[in-house]
Design a protein around this ligand. Structure first.
Ligand code: GLA
Length: 558
């Protein structure tokens, strides 16, 4: 059949719109149908660390069934670090630590499967795991085959020692992704890159979830800090309002495994669970489910709270209000309603009001309390959570089920955080896509004064303090990277600072420039390096109690 000119025209328009849509979300996700909603399961690390055994794992599998966890959606049972023997076998294959798992891993996998659960296992892309056991570096294909032969369904791949591999992280993960594909067995790939910027450099092409934080501890401040890596500006420029635009069906920001049941009280357990639910973070329980109390079980299996996390739209919740520790998060759901979390982290007891404006609604709206599973009534224009004291919260559902899905916010346009134009782009005019350490200052030194090195003042540049890493997205569009680096003239002591420029991320560890240790009496150093084809640069400044400047830092595109 011949297409009319109008049909061609509309086909073109639709194609262009699709491309623009993908471009605006910066999507190139691995979409193999796995992890369409955030993975749910249990992982051995938070409670047991390396102290695991066949008996403990089998008992935990039993408990996942008898407690109702499996039926609530927790299907992956993941053995974290500590399951393997100290050495590979004579053929170079990974084997179980026979003191802990006398019958090997296949038997464990079979047991887990016999309970209607899925089998997850831990490895590391370094030459050894974080606990010092054999890592997968240089054994990628063989190890993925071994896992497939044991019936593994989920791999947690850690990053310890990966900086010694001499391979870009993106190249390395492509190797794992291909090796997994080659086994023919579908396996979820969970990246444990603790704060290394995986969301930025494209892990979603290779993996289904990636860690955004360092390890979580059973302490509410640690819970808040992990949540803030994905919902705040701890690891990314504030203009992004968290990492929500990098998540969606099949690819998730992972704020780390749950400490629900390990926290000092059930109130904190609930806050933790509400935060992970609204942030669409994977729900990997980390308590001893064999002995958990009825209250903890109720929290972990709360159906309406889980439903928020598992909503098929896969929108990651984001903050719509933040002031003095009072926070409101919003997560538009697939049924036309929206989930709202109102949390008081501050010291003062206070009312917190969510207005319908903040969440894209108008007029009279139904409000339901998801923990109490109770309708609270209809409210016009706003809802006030009354007298919330420190560490109190409400998780609500607002709106009418069956209405048209509410729009979320717009993702930050690419030109705001990537090199897109010809000529000179000052990096201080772009939003960084990843940071570690104190937030840098744009076009000022860290103290907010004019950047000054050896008496010379600069109007453009980035001011840092102590150890910091900042990642910028070049998108392969720049030819040269130029800067003048040196310690700021305001430093009073003899502290030293070291400046390095890396291709991509820290674990890939391809150093393009290294200043060595610079002290204040050293002249500024000019950098002019080739960055042709490079997707990301990482600016590293290392020092203690010292201010350093990336003066005039820019890239040139021809
Ligand atoms: C790292 C990870 C943890 C855990 C341990 C195991 O610290 O971040 O989640 O897997 O390694 O050694």
């Amino acid at each position: 059949m011949f297409k009319t000119r109008t049909a061609f025209f509309w086909e073109r328009v639709i194609l262009i719109l699709m491309v623009l849509f993908m471009y605006s979300f910066d999507i190139a996700a691995k979409d193999d149908g796995l992890a369409r909603t955030p993975p749910m399961g249990w992982n051995s690390w938070n409670k047991f660390q390396t102290d695991i055994s066949e008996q403990k794992i089998k008992e935990s599998a039993d408990a996942m069934v008898s407690s109702g966890m499996r039926d609530a959606g927790y299907v992956y049972l993941v053995l974290d670090d500590g399951w393997m023997a100290k050495e590979r076998d004579i053929n170079g294959n990974l084997t179980a630590d026979l003191n802990k798992f006398p019958n090997g891993m296949k038997v464990i996998g079979d047991y887990i499967h016999s309970k209607g659960l899925k089998f997850g296992i831990y490895e590391c892309r370094g030459y050894k795991t974080c606990a010092g056991l054999p890592g997968s570096f240089n054994h990628e294909e063989a190890d993925m085959n071994t896992f497939a032969s044991w019936g593994v369904d989920y791999i947690k791949l850690d990053g310890c020692f990966a900086e010694q591999n001499g391979r870009l992280s993106s190249k390395e993960l492509a190797i794992y992704s291909k090796a997994i594909e080659k086994t023919g067995r579908p396996m979820v790939l969970s990246i444990s890159d603790f704060g290394n910027g995986s969301w930025a450099w494209g892990t979603k092409e290779f993996a289904h979830l990636w860690r955004t934080s360092y390890d979580i501890y059973p302490d509410i401040e640690s819970v808040y800090s992990c949540a803030n890596t994905t919902a705040g500006s701890t690891v990314i420029h504030p203009a992004f309002n968290g990492l929500w635009q990098f998540a969606g069906p099949g690819h998730w920001n992972d704020a780390d495994m749950l400490q629900v049941g390990n926290l000092p009280n059930n109130n904190q357990d609930k806050i933790h669970f509400s935060l992970w639910s609204i942030l669409a973070s994977p729900l990997m329980a980390g308590n001893d489910i064999r002995t958990m109390s009825a209250d903890v079980r109720k929290i972990l299996t709360a159906p309406e709270v889980i439903a928020v996390n598992q909503d098929s739209r896969g929108f990651q919740g984001y903050k719509v209000y933040e002031n003095k520790g009072q926070e409101i998060y919003n997560k538009p759901l697939s049924d036309g309603t929206t989930a709202v979390l109102i949390l008081n982290k501050g010291d003062e007891t206070t009312d917190i009001t969510v207005t319908w404006d903040m969440i894209g609604l108008k007029g009279k709206q139904k409000v339901r309390d998801l923990w109490e599973q109770k309708d609270l009534g209809k409210f016009k224009d706003f809802f006030t959570a009354k007298a919330l004291s420190k560490h109190e919260h409400l998780l609500l559902k607002v709106g009418n089920s069956g209405d048209k899905p509410l729009p979320g916010p717009s993702p930050l346009p690419l030109e705001k955080y990537s090199v897109t134009k010809n000529g000179t782009t000052y990096l201080s005019d772009l939003y960084y896509i990843m940071k570690y350490g104190d937030a840098p200052r744009m076009d000022r030194n860290y103290k907010n004064d004019t950047i000054s090195i050896q008496g010379i003042k600069y109007t453009k540049g980035i001011g840092c303090r102590n150890s910091s890493r900042i990642m910028y997205k070049l998108s392969g569009k720049a030819n040269r990277f130029q800067a003048v680096i040196g310690l700021d003239d305001s430093n009073t002591g003899s502290e030293a600072g070291r400046f390095r420029v890396l291709n991509e991320d820290f674990f890939g560890h391809q150093v393009l420039f290294d200043s060595g240790n610079l002290t204040k009496d050293k002249a500024a150093v000019k950098i002019d390096i080739d960055v042709k084809g490079i997707e990301f640069v990482l600016l590293m400044f290392e020092g203690r109690k010292v201010l350093g400047n990336w003066a005039d830092v820019k890239v040139i595109t021809q």
